[in-house]
Design a protein around this ligand. Structure first.
Ligand SMILES: *Cc1c(COP(=O)(O)O)cnc(C)c1O
Length: 425
């Protein structure tokens, strides 16, 4: 399946591996459900960005919320990437990996609190992506109080429609994100008078899982026009933060070429700034870098039949991977070790949680499996574990990072003690 995914069938009997590491062996050692990620694949995806933007000053700021595992942040830090964070907790994660990485952090999010702003000011982050005038007032107050000046970009709302799931589309005026692009010039003019606020960029993020380059180009063009105006007003704007949102293909039978995608994306952005000198791109990809590097490995608990309907009940559930329940998202689901000559079965593939919405797929054709068999849910490296919960008092999965021939536990499985330990009865 390379290079779209690091998961390949090999050996005799044929069985799925992450790079060179057998998933059967990992499941045996660490139990299931288990998240498995390929460090090599993440490095390859980041490299695609770096190559596509080689001719342009840029910094890739990995969107931490896609997968916030410390080991993955450490990998990005070693590769020189920056980070896009949306909370104080995410900033603490980056600082835990490398305090000096703060200089490569951009802070997005519509609801930053005083303690979060103070932590970011004290750590000396690169840029605040400010999403409202109220936030700007609070930031100015905190910056003056701490005597730390704040570099800012306004996150503008470009009023651009991008084809994606409504829950992850963010660039229309009716969405809660950003400041209306038509008001932005006046807001920048006001803020320029404050000695603790340094307007350094303009930022935009139109949504997630967007699969064509056009909306990114259109948004960046509007931002570039605003930057020209701001520069003519005398503001030294250096950064164009183009946000994240570059989508992937979750279907195995549809073509997807990551290299081509990234080149189209880079071309659209570069075209938008062709008349601007000395601009540095800040890029905030999350999903594109990590989604296809990961899979959720789970075991079949039961096969069940209600009337004509077949169910495959797994030991993973919506609390471990909520994307199908939350966004009606498609994930490919394949047996780790396919049974010889197995016929296809059409079944609902579900978890043990007490919700009808607890499914990974409905009426899905899958080669027949037996209780105890391992199943891989592909493309689960982004918005999988980072969105996991303890619903039904289920401990969250362990995570393993594979690099070459080596597999390393990067998060142990939660225990019930971990869950009960924070409670007071
Ligand atoms: C979520 C988010 C991203 C990352 O989005 P992906 O679709 O994972 O690339 C980037 N920037 C901001 C501001 C976000 O909220």
């Amino acid at each position: 399946m390379l290079p779209v995914r690091p998961f390949v069938y090999s050996g005799k009997p044929t069985s799925l591996a992450c790079g060179e590491v057998s998933l059967e062996a990992l499941a045996k050692k660490y139990n299931t459900p288990l998240y498995v990620y390929s460090a090599d694949h993440i490095r390859y995806r980041l490299g695609l960005f770096t190559q596509a933007f080689a001719t342009q000053k840029h910094l890739v700021c990995y969107a931490v919320k896609a997968n916030s595992a410390l080991a993955i942040l450490k990998l990005f830090d070693r590769l020189g990437a920056g980070f896009d964070i949306v909370s104080g907790g995410e900033l603490e994660r980056v600082l835990a990996v490398n305090k000096a990485a703060a200089a490569r952090v951009v802070f997005s999010g519509v609801g930053k609190t005083s303690p979060e702003i103070d932590l970011a000011l004290r750590s000396g982050i690169l840029l605040f992506n400010v999403e409202s005038e109220g936030e700007l007032d609070l930031l100015a107050e905190r910056a003056a109080k701490l005597k730390k000046s704040a570099r800012i970009a306004l996150r503008v709302n470009p009023d651009i429609f991008a084809e994606t799931h409504p829950y992850i589309s963010t660039g229309l005026r009716e969405h809660k994100f950003g400041i209306d692009i038509h008001r932005a010039r006046a807001v920048y003019r006001d803020v320029a008078k404050n000695r603790w606020i340094e307007p350094a960029g303009v930022s935009v993020h139109i949504g997630s899982q967007i699969r064509t380059a056009d909306p990114f180009g259109a948004a960046a063009s509007r931002v570039a026009a605003l930057i020209r105006q701001l520069r003519s007003d005398g503001l030294p704007i250096r950064f164009l933060d183009a946000g994240g949102g570059l989508g992937i293909e979750y279907h195995l039978d549809l073509p997807f070429h990551p290299e081509e995608k990234i080149q189209q994306y880079a071309a659209a952005l570069k075209q938008a700034v062709s008349e601007l000198e000395d601009i540095q791109f800040l890029l905030e990809p999350g999903r594109f870098l990590v989604a296809q590097a990961g899979a959720l490995i789970t075991r079949v608990l039961y096969l069940k039949k209600n009337g004509k309907k077949h169910f495959l009940i797994l030991d993973a559930a919506m609390n471990d991977l909520i994307r199908p329940a939350l966004y009606q998202a498609h994930h490919e689901i394949i047996p780790v070790t396919p049974r010889k000559g197995a016929r296809k079965l059409v079944a609902d593939i579900v978890g043990p949680v007490c919700e009808t919405g607890d499914f990974f797929a409905r009426d899905r054709a899958i080669p027949a499996v037996q209780p105890g068999d391992l199943i891989a849910i592909l493309d689960a490296g982004a918005y999988g574990q980072s969105l996991a919960s303890n619903y039904n008092s289920r401990p969250r999965p362990a995570e393993v990072l594979v690099e070459g021939k080596r597999a390393r536990l990067i998060r142990r499985r939660e225990s019930v003690d971990d869950l009960l330990g924070v409670e007071i009865s």
